[in-house]
Design a protein around this ligand. Structure first.
Ligand code: CA
Length: 223
């Protein structure tokens, strides 16, 4: 696996690097959020090992940004924090797994391999599903009960993000970044794209975009 280690503690980073390289992985190492973002612009990594406390910000911000940009590569978070709330915040930001320091190096590798296997499964299938709604990432096509949905590009981007994790609440900010690449001054812009998408889903849709007051929006299948 090609692994990006994002960790500002040189000893932990060094131990991870040596262990993973010794076990046949190719590693790159950065110690800031900014550098991590730069490295992740290009493809080629199979997983990220991400420290939460970094000199220029919080690892959670990086996880959120990757997910908002549609990147699905596995993220294993490393942190000294171990309260339930911190873990939930990590998963909410898009982390796939979580290890509390101090951890065994062998466990890092085992968890990364498990995440990579899951990730490969997702990539092979290539199609995300929520009830009768499908999103084919390769073809950039949405289908409802087998019928192609004609969506303008912004609505398609919105759907692509929501389909990554049905039932997960995405904040207005995450949705705006995925559509426009940055936050919008007015919430009307997002509302307009949501309206387009809801309209395309029909009058009494089997899949709807629920407004979670004060938090954001999520995709839900009606059963
Ligand atoms: Ca740190």
């Amino acid at each position: 696996m090609h692994i990006l280690i994002v960790e500002d503690d040189p000893q932990i980073a060094g131990n991870l690097y040596d262990f993973l390289e010794t076990h046949g992985h190719q590693c790159d190492y950065v110690c800031t959020l900014a550098e991590a973002l730069r490295r992740l612009q290009g493809d080629g990594f199979d997983a990220v090992v991400l420290d939460l406390g970094l000199p220029d910000g919080d690892g959670l911000a990086l996880a959120r940004r990757l997910r908002a940009g549609g990147q699905s590569l596995p993220i294993l978070m490393l942190t000294a924090r171990d309260t339930l709330e911190d873990k939930l915040a990590g998963f909410d930001a898009g982390a796939d797994d979580y290890l509390v320091k101090p951890f065994a190096l062998r466990e890092v590798e085992v968890r990364l391999q498990a995440l990579a296997r899951r990730g490969t499964g997702r990539a092979d299938a290539g199609v995300a599903r929520c009830g009768p709604l499908e999103y084919d990432a390769a073809a950039q096509e949405a289908r409802l009960a087998g019928q192609a949905l004609r969506l303008p590009p912004k609505a398609l981007k919105l759907l692509a993000l929501l389909m990554q994790q049905p039932n997960r609440v995405f904040s207005r900010r995450e949705l705006e970044i995925s559509i426009w690449g940055h936050e919008q001054d007015s919430s009307d812009n997002l509302r307009s794209v949501l309206h387009t998408l809801r309209k395309a889903l029909g009058d009494s849709p089997p899949v709807d975009i629920a407004n979670v007051h004060g938090l954001g929006y999520k995709l839900v299948a009606r059963t």
